[in-house]
Ligand binder design. Sequence first.
Ligand SMILES: *Cc1c(COP(=O)(O)O)cnc(C)c1O
Length: 389
Amino acid sequence: MEAKRIKKLPPYLFARIEKKIEEAKEKGIDIISFGIGDPDSPTPQYIIDELCKEAQNAENHQYPSSAGMLSFRQAVCDYYQDTHGVELDPKNEVVTLIGSKEGVGHINFCYVDPGDINLVPDPGYPVYSIGTLLAGGDSYLMPLLAENGFLPDFTKIPEDIAKKAKLMFLNYPNNPTGAVAGKDFFAEAVAFAKKYDIIICHDAAYTELAFEGYEPTSILEVPGAKEVCIEFGSLSKPFNMTGWRIAWAVGRSDVIDALTRLKSNLDSGQFQAIQYAAIKGLTGSKDSVIELRSLYRRRMEKVIKGLNGMGWNLPIPKATFYVWAPVPKGFTSASFAEYVLDKAGVIITPGNGYGEYGEGYFRISITLADERIDEGLKRLKEHLGKVEF
Ligand SMILES: *Cc1c(COP(=O)(O)O)cnc(C)c1O
């Protein structure tokens, strides 16, 4: 008999779509997927070379430390100093993670007892609410609405909820909406968290993927943020390293300590050769990231032009590799995703997969080759023609 927490896991939303993909493949239909947000470019060669070198070193074959190598934590601190002007102590304010998903999930076990409340953005990365649920807590949903630039409105959170809340998850640049947040918004979030004694967990996975001189802010740039915030960062997206599983959490020292203690009882850190390779990424030339930004920017323009040519009216997102768009008139998120798969052999992600406030939207990820994007857009145009809203 499974535990209640496993039984409570939401049904896998994409099961229906995956079944359809299988059926289409059996029939030999070529499917184009704008679904998964997983970089299609390889990890930069200098990072791979460092992994290969360090994999040969027997010292790295033993258990690493749970907090991560001090040299990796120092590289994270240097990165924060250079990029955000934020000073961090590598010994007390940084922990190495086996991907930020791991940290985002595990932080709940450090602060959430059964019946506790977390503030969770909706639509949002599913791990925020599922991590809360696995720890026995309840999510209070903060709607991310187009009219507010997909930022939560803290004035709408009832006082009794705010007083009870333990953690607040935020994520900018945002998955799935592509929205960005400025320093003013983060300052507001920090003030709210201080007033109600809430710990902010800011997921900054897309900070490096911004376009046209737009430079995303770290929440830790807000004066005093370190008293109430931790921030998650990851090499997954900027260095095409989703498979490597290497990330960090930084910020408030007792929170970092709690997460480190929890992790020391569940995992034993990440392979040191991977940490060495990640140091190369963080401290090396910025050229590969700059090149990646221009690749995504070019693809963004392609997709936005294509969609706007069919009747959408979308701006080019300032960051991330996602386009978040409303479904045409007469469709729900699910029926639109099913329609384009059936008619055009194109996969998009239905917005309701990211929460109830994602209903009425769909997400396109541009992590596929340019020719595939062209072909996908061509097929959409053929089957949708001009859309209305
Ligand atoms: C991709 C992504 C991450 C990165 O996860 P890793 O576990 O570091 O690979 C974190 N948060 C969001 C919102 C993401 O989309």
